[in-house]
Ligand binder design. Sequence first.
Ligand SMILES: [Zn+2]
Length: 457
Amino acid sequence: MLQCLEQAEIVLRNAIRGRSDRDFVDEFQAYWSNVFIYVDVAESYSGPARIRPARLNRGEFNALVVTAGRSWFAAEPRRKRREEEDGTPVEVVAIDYPLTFAATEAWPPTTVAEINRWLQKAAPDLIGRLESILQTQSGVSAAVLIRAPNGLYCYQVEVPQHLQRPEFLKSRRHRLPEMMERQLVSTPIERLIGVRADADYLFGRNLGSMNGLVDKRILLIGCGTIGSFLAHQLAQRGAGAKRGYLSLVDPDVLTTGNIGRHLLGVPYLGRNKAEACASYLNEQLPLLAIEGYAGDVRTQKLDWHRYDLVIGATGEEALSIALNEIAVQARPRLPPHLFVWLLGNGAVAQCILTGEVDRACFKCLKPDLAGLPRFRAMRPETVVETVTNVACGDAAYVPFPVSRSVAAAAMACDLVVDWANGNPGHRFRSLTLDNRRAFRVPNGSPTKLNHCPACGG
Ligand SMILES: [Zn+2]
């Protein structure tokens, strides 16, 4: 206890003597405010913007967003009847030094005059900026958003009710700040902390130096147990952001039998899996362009050439062979194809990226349909369990738990991101999840087989 008190004394003495600037810089957010505002403008943007209500869930507006132009989560006003509905004008200003304050200053600033007093030391260039926005823009409020090396800081002011009349707002607009200053009660300002909400931040912050899937155009075939989780992971890595889009295709409907190992749950029962996944992901990540198509991919009128990558995640060998055949025949016009699947009741997850002429296609992994695979994963004594449960209306299916499809989806997602970064590494990856039933198969980039029925010869 005594040591704590001694330490506290040192901190306080340093603060009073102005020797803890570093601490104030690092913790300035805590001193500024505890109210947040989302900022959906590019990291390098400076200039005029608007503060608008943000739509975070299905109904109410419960947050604000700073946007220059359209924002992915700003609620667009139905009709611009009044200028006020178009939000508060805000100027985004970038400075190259951190914001702070001295321990001896009156804190926090609560009026325009106090803001200007603080700015004299903190950021002299910004003195009067709020007033000039109020003078030159329409509406009843104005704001400044400072982008400093130690955070995003916003302050805004609203014209008091009794001055919100045409004679002040229109004809004597240039004198508004002066009149507000002369009131008996100073007009309060509101301080807000900016929180980045732009696509680069949302999908880049967890990647470090890696590129995400922003701008990539991806077709994902199969939104079952593997495909649904893969769709979610691809979306979280930015597939469908900016100029990219993510298309999902599946002919099936979500049933109660799927619930135990699918991304979606009860609210989506009876809906087409691709459309339902797109709808769910669009709700969770509304800034992405994700579309769902019900039906068989081979009969869809999709323009395959407009994709950078096609992913087969149905886990059905026959369909994968058919898609592989189409891709090989059309080389090099079609984009690379990636296949992902599970073996032996989820004992092994595997995926392969195909499309290069001298490397293996999907069929090269098992050229003889009835024969053994080229890289044997299942132990010889292992029997694959299938279930036919007519009483429940289930066709034959292979039981395996959700953990196995999530593992397969994660492995495929890593390969997709490696591909997007221009260095796919091992094109064929195999992950043994049950050592009692399967061997370990090393990852690699197998060559094509001359006797492959699809790409050989
Ligand atoms: Zn082949």
